[in-house]
Design a protein around this ligand. Structure first.
Ligand code: ME8
Length: 507
């Protein structure tokens, strides 16, 4: 089976922030988990480089759009690597191969009769690269997302006949209720469609930074048409001399936040229908990370610098915090205090201590060799069905729900060790068999949770599994008792050391 997961491609009009990292990490968790299940995975992320948002930012900085794109694309690539993203490709919409696909599909839309010439007038937000309806505006003429005053714009350009897809889209929504998750976003997209669709401008006349319209090179293809096609174009040139489209199209899941719901849930399927291409299986729309109750965004300036957090606490802690603190699919607040709290109470005290304690007891009471025993019945009960539940949850993109289920077992293992007091058993030679079973249960439980946590905490889980002498990551092995005793445990060191956070810099 193939599994194709994508993030949005991020605008290169600013530095990456935690909002971008959030989607990338969630997609990475899905990709890593599916690889553990033996699926053929393709994980795509990248940058959206054309259009007004970038052209305007470049102008403000006095550089060319390409210079700005090169600088920021490098930062987005760097942050993806820093957060441990295992993306199979990093697409840039300025790649000539991508541009060729945009030209080809635009031509196909026209050939199929879905494009005409017309005039558009409306409220235009250059940061969204989108016209807003009167109902969407706030404070009479402000963008609801960027809170900037909008101007009315009028332009002659090419149009995509989106309105013609109203019925086919309604049919799609009726036939595939799970195609947009969570359900509230499905309802939102459907009511947008039912409210009536306007045709969409497919080109921009006043902009030079983009893919020229093949039949009218004075205009460039509208940045959203260009950007959405990244999901298709990437497969054709990600591998030298190979076209992956047949193996991976259509995408299994597009991850996005709700700011770009309309483009993915309405425009994108209509474009694909018009181009006679198969539709993605599913969109999953997560919520906003909020800071001080506002969406974290470059334009509002309330961003946490992911590089700084990772420098201090490490990559895994950041990955964990993002997916643990905010229920995936809902909005949620993050804060430096919340981060430190989870780091100390959950990562260091619950998981880190469980690991160091368990290994220390095997070293002290059994000369560093995991004893042979049957898994304790109470743990067998607690772990029953866990792998299946985690798989089902991640099939439904419940990224923080699956983490909750695993973490419940981390807590249960701590309770298990606490209740059985191996340090007391060790004093009584007659209870050696009992001690063997408790130590074996703790090691096996720790191994199983670490295999399941691997997508979330990859380097921590690798270290721990190496110290347990059990490095197999396949989910078949994520069952209590799948590995027997006899392994010699290695050195572990502290997984989540205490961090003295320096005073925040004034910037
Ligand atoms: O919209 N909370 O790019 P973009 C959660 N180029 N997620 C957030 C977030 C926050 N505060 N801020 C950003 C674009 N994101 C287009 C996309 S796709 C064909 C083109 C994440 O740089 C989230 O995934 O504005 C959101 O959808 C995306 O970044 C927007 O990134």
């Amino acid at each position: 089976m193939s599994y194709y997961v994508t993030t949005p491609i991020y605008y290169v009009n600013g530095e990456p922030h935690l909002g971008h990292v959030y989607t990338t990490v969630a997609a990475d968790v899905l990709a890593r988990h599916m690889r553990q299940r033996g699926e053929e995975v393709f994980f795509l992320t990248g940058t959206d480089e054309h259009g007004e948002p970038v052209a305007q930012a470049a102008e403000r900085e006095g550089v060319t759009p390409r210079e700005l794109a090169d600088r920021h694309a490098a930062r987005f690539k760097e942050v993806a690597a820093r957060v441990g993203a295992t993306n199979d490709f990093f697409i840039r919409t300025s790649d000539p191969e991508h541009e060729a696909v945009v030209a080809e599909i635009a031509t196909r839309l026209k050939r199929n009769g879905h494009v005409y010439e017309g005039t558009y007038e409306g409220w235009y937000c250059p940061r969204c690269a989108d016209f807003k309806t009167d109902a969407e505006l706030v404070n009479e003429n402000e963008c609801p997302i960027h809170q900037i005053t909008l101007e009315r714009e009028k332009e002659d350009n090419w149009f995509f006949r989106l309105s013609a897809f109203q019925e086919p889209l309604e049919q799609l929504y009726a036939e595939r209720p799970g195609w947009v998750l969570p359900a509230n976003r499905y309802n939102e997209a459907l009511s947008f469609i039912q409210g009536g669709l306007n045709d969409l401008s497919l080109s921009r006349a006043r902009l030079r930074w983009g893919v020229p319209v093949p039949w009218d090179p004075e205009q460039v293809v509208y940045v959203w048409i260009d950007a959405l096609l990244n999901y298709l174009s990437a497969l054709s040139y990600a591998r030298d001399g190979e076209d992956l489209t047949a193996g991976f199209w259509p995408p299994t899941v597009h991850l996005i936040a709700k700011d770009i719901l309309k483009f993915h849930a309405v425009i994108w399927p209509a474009m694909l229908m018009a181009a006679e291409l198969e539709l993605p299986e599913r969109l999953f729309i997560h919520g906003y990370l909020l800071m001080d109750d506002h969406k974290m965004s470059k334009s509002l300036g309330n961003v946490l610098d992911p590089f700084r957090v990772m420098d201090l606490y490490g990559t895994d802690a950041l990955r964990y915090y993002l997916l643990r603190e905010v229920a995936f699919g809902q909005d949620g607040s993050i804060s430096p205090e919340g981060f430190e709290n989870r780091y100390t109470t959950e990562l260091a005290n619950e998981y880190g201590n469980l690991a160091s304690r368990t290994l220390a007891m095997v070293a002290r009471y059994r000369d560093g060799v995991v004893p042979e025993a049957d898994p304790p019945a109470e743990l067998v009960d607690e772990f029953e069905g866990l792998v299946e539940t985690v798989c089902q949850r991640l099939d439904r993109v419940e990224v923080s729900g699956a983490l909750d289920d695993i973490w419940t077992r981390v807590r249960c293992l701590n309770r298990f060790v606490q209740d059985h007091e191996p340090w007391k058993l060790a004093k009584d030679p007659e209870r050696a068999g009992e001690l063997d079973q408790v130590l074996f249960g703790a090691v096996e439980g720790l191994r199983v949770v670490s295999v399941l946590l691997h997508p979330y905490l990859p380097s921590t889980a690798d270290r721990l599994l190496a110290a347990l002498g059990a490095e197999d990551l396949s989910l078949d092995g994520a069952r209590l008792g799948a590995v027997g005793g006899g392994a010699r445990i290695g050195e572990l060191g502290q997984l989540f050391p205490k961090v003295e956070a320096p005073e925040p810099s004034p910037a």
